[in-house]
Design a protein around this ligand. Structure first.
Ligand SMILES: C[S@@+](CC[C@H](N)C(=O)[O-])C[C@H]1O[C@@H](n2cnc3c(N)ncnc32)[C@H](O)[C@@H]1O
Length: 196
């Protein structure tokens, strides 16, 4: 695995409140690729004492997420339109996040793009370092091959252990999850916990 080099990652030109970056006592959750924000809004509503950061790089989806966010006016939800790798690299401190969600990530099906899958990127080591000890990362996918590769590749990171591996059957909580469940596809959730 190549080394992650922070100095090569562009810094997004976004205003980020200092308190969002530095308050280590706050329960902080972050979603990468939040799509239209359905999960982010629900999660922020159900956990008013936590701070939820949702990042989406597609302009069209971000606009939908912002609309939901404005309609709900949740003080504990922060939404950003940017590349999550850039934002996390420059605005997230080590050991500061309680939970990271990556729900139905792009699977990059072409063989030459496999290195873009989250668990194959040098960035994954940096991302895990952003979790607090006992903090968790949840990855959901409908793709069997992605799921199997994820389980295998995540064993290479020694600071985490797998604490959940299940087939989701309850009500869908994202647009993609709803679509896949309606098609009868199996949606799986893997949760990893940082142990040191
Ligand atoms: C398949 S969609 C899933 C969206 C949503 N999580 C859901 O389940 O409905 C994957 C999303 O991740 C976003 N995404 C991919 N890479 C990203 C990155 N580096 N930073 C922010 N968003 C990203 C894409 O724009 C896309 O909206």
């Amino acid at each position: 695995m190549r080394e992650f080099r922070k100095q090569l990652v562009p810094k997004p030109k976004l205003a980020v409140p200092v308190s969002l970056r530095t308050n280590f006592f706050m329960n902080k959750e972050l979603e990468i690729g939040a799509g239209d924000g359905e999960f982010a809004v629900q999660r922020a509503k159900s956990c008013p004492d936590s701070c939820f950061i949702a990042i989406e790089k597609s302009r069209a989806l971000f606009n939908r997420m912002r609309k939901r966010y404005q309609e709900q006016s949740l003080p504990n939800l922060w939404v950003f339109h940017t590349n999550a790798v850039w934002w996390i690299t420059h605005f997230v401190e080590e050991k500061s996040l309680n939970k990271i969600y990556i729900l139905y990530p792009n699977i990059y099906i072409k063989p030459r793009q496999c290195n873009l899958r989250w668990f194959n990127r040098p960035f994954m080591a940096h991302l895990l370092a952003c979790l607090k000890v006992n903090g968790e990362m949840e990855i959901r996918t409908n793709d069997r091959v992605y799921y199997e590769e994820c389980k295998l590749k995540m064993t290479h990171y020694h600071c985490i252990k797998k604490v959940q591996d299940l087939h989701l059957e309850k009500a869908p909580c994202t647009a993609f999850e709803r679509k896949y469940m309606a098609q009868g596809q199996i949606c799986r959730s893997l949760i990893y916990q940082r142990v040191f």
